[in-house]
Design a protein around this ligand. Structure first.
Ligand code: HAM
Length: 411
């Protein structure tokens, strides 16, 4: 199906390594995993992401189920995580709840490199604190994951999109400026001037960008709460020596943000260059029916991360998964090989044998193809003598092992 893809075994191995790194980094930062359903009530996304956003207005997989209820396959993880947070009372009064997730998301976008209809995100959400330190932590988590995987040459773009106190006045100011040039804007931006003027600023259209080059920016019109918050985020980044760029045009495609918004981009991604994006959403929990609680989070695209790994030729696949390949040369030794493979697997050792009655040569070729760490060849003679040669494939070293105790003494 258009915009979806299979993750074949070789690639799945790489995914597991990356996922392992994600789990480790999340544990280090003390985030706990949450798994929410793919299907949610449509209203959840309309209320959180915003009716007028591209995601909600044109990209969601929404349908009426058999009872007539409108359901949607989640286009992102924040809304679902907060719904679960509220429904399950995860946040005690005055506490901080740190959650992370990893899983498939669905958006009916026009497929292109780095843009899929079923894609995977990993992300984190922290609910219960206004501290700018947490905004910075949300940038550090994906940066640390990139670092550990060996990904270099990323850029961190940071902005503040203000809050309910300062944004409405700025929006009017911007709108008034945009109306003056409305007819020259691209059709997409023209349509946004009235309802969502901020999005005009992060239009990808070159003409729009030139026309809006000297427009007022939100970051220069922040209130006395948002302004020091933004300064503190920058000071913290500087203290940690994290390079960043202030991008006053960064708006993001979701409506729930207040104060900090950020993106991590990579030049190795082409036009869809965002590896990760996130920000603060201090009103969202309340908007979704929870007790008022500020929050901040990020999400990153797995497929885009994989694209960068490939582009930067980083090989992070797990080592050989197969410990031993047991080769049987006749029906009796094949049975022995199968039973011994089962005994080894029961001990937690990965083992494989032949199920296709292949020749010794073909079985050896298969063991090589499977990157088995060891090979044991057993025939009538070995069964009779009760001993066989165990070969370590990387070094070619051979040692004689006893068949009767092999399954219990190997490793
Ligand atoms: P987002 O910017 O929509 O933010 O998505 C985050 C990341 O998901 C993107 O930077 C990109 O890597 C990946 N992504 C998005 N759409 C696609 C697609 N169609 N194909 C492939 N990858 C894609 C959010 O989703 C927010 N929930 C982030 C957040 C969490 N903000 C606060 N907490």
């Amino acid at each position: 199906m258009k915009g979806t893809r299979d993750i074949l075994p070789d690639e799945a191995e790489l995914w597991r390594t990356v996922e392992q790194t994600i789990h480790e980094v999340m544990r280090n930062f003390n985030y706990r995993e949450i798994r929410t359903p793919v299907l949610e009530q449509t209203e959840l996304f309309a209320r959180s992401i915003g009716e007028l956003t591209d995601i909600v207005s044109k990209e969601m997989y929404t349908f009426a189920d058999r009872s007539g209820e409108s359901v949607t396959m989640r286009p992102e993880g924040t809304a679902s995580t907060l719904r679960a947070f509220i429904q399950n009372n995860l946040g005690e009064q005055g506490s901080l709840t740190k959650l992370y997730y990893l899983g498939p998301m669905f958006r009916q976008e026009r497929p292109q490199a780095g843009r899929l209809r079923q894609f995977h995100q990993f992300g984190a959400e922290a609910v219960g604190s206004m501290a700018p330190e947490l905004d910075v932590e949300m940038m550090l988590v994906p940066l640390d994951i990139c670092n550990r995987l060996g990904i270099s040459k990323t850029s961190l773009l940071v902005n503040s999109v203000g809050c309910q106190r300062c944004r409405p006045a700025y929006k009017e100011l911007l709108k008034a400026e945009l109306i003056k040039i409305r007819t020259k804007l691209s059709p997409e931006s023209r349509a946004r001037v009235d309802q969502n003027p901020l999005r005009v600023l992060d239009s990808k259209d070159e003409g729009d960008r030139k026309l809006t080059a000297s427009m007022p920016l939100m970051k220069d019109h922040l209130c006395d709460e948002c302004s020091p918050h933004f300064s503190r985020v920058q000071d913290l980044l500087k203290a940690l020596r994290i390079p960043f760029v202030i991008d006053g045009r960064l708006v993001r495609g979701l409506d729930y943000y207040t104060k900090t918004a950020f993106e991590i981009t990579s030049r190795d991604l082409g036009s869809q260059d965002a590896l990760a994006g996130g920000g603060r959403y201090d009103l969202l929990v309340e908007e979704l029916g929870g007790k008022p609680a500020p929050g901040v989070g990020f999400a990153a695209g797995m497929e885009r991360l994989m694209m960068v790994l490939e582009k930067q030729e980083i090989k992070t696949a797990l080592g050989s998964a197969l410990k031993i390949f047991l080769i049987g040369l006749d029906s009796e030794s094949r049975s022995w090989a199968f039973e011994t493979a089962c005994a080894l697997r029961a001990r937690g050792i990965s083992a494989e044998t032949d199920y296709l009655e292949r020749s010794l040569k073909a079985q050896l070729r298969e063991a090589n193809r499977q990157k088995a760490e060891y090979v044991l060849v057993v025939g009538g003679q070995e069964l009779q003598s009760g001993a066989a040669k165990l070969k370590e494939m990387a070094t070619g070293k051979e040692s004689v092992v006893a068949l009767s105790t092999f399954a219990h003494t190997f490793i």
